[in-house]
Design a protein around this ligand. Structure first.
Ligand SMILES: [Zn+2]
Length: 157
């Protein structure tokens, strides 16, 4: 079976937002205070704790704008945090949620139709490995199954 690797937001991108850089819409990230609950940070893959500041920004996890380059809201700790290590281990935070949307993309950064599916969290790595059996899939996106927000990318290890 294909080994997979969970790939969180690169630290260079997070650092640019922490420095006040613009988001994918050219706007300054919004600063909010967590009320607790579901506020997943895309860099460390942990929920922002109640009372801690976090950023809301428009994120485009693709190299360039094109029709398939979905841009949407994500959360990020407002203070620097440690990036979730690149590994085949499903981030624990994901396992606290019931399910995620997995979707394969090709080398052209476009959806590979037929790969999108809602998957129980504990099955994510296995389903991603199955999607990678298709040669035309370059990477898989993990997205919120309810809101389509980008969570992380899965690559072949
Ligand atoms: Zn974080």
């Amino acid at each position: 079976m294909t080994e997979v690797c969970f790939f969180s937001m690169p630290s260079a991108e997070a650092e640019a937002y922490w420095a006040g850089g613009p988001d994918a819409n050219g706007q300054k990230p919004e600063v909010h205070i967590s009320q607790g609950g579901s506020v997943p940070c895309r860099h460390c893959q942990q929920d922002v704790a109640e009372g801690e500041p976090y950023l809301i920004l428009a994120y485009r996890p693709f190299p360039e704008a094109q029709p398939y380059a979905e841009t949407g809201p994500i959360f990020l700790h407002a203070e620097p945090c440690a990036r979730y290590p690149e590994s085949g281990r499903t981030p624990r935070m994901f396992l606290k949620r019931e399910s995620y949307l997995l979707k394969g993309y090709g080398a052209d950064d476009r959806i590979v139709y037929g790969t999108g599916q809602i998957v129980p969290s504990q099955n994510m790595a296995g389903v991603a490995a199955k999607i990678f059996e298709r040669d035309d899939v370059r990477y898989v996106h993990v997205r919120s199954s309810l809101n389509n927000c980008f969570s992380c990318r899965i690559d072949r290890a």
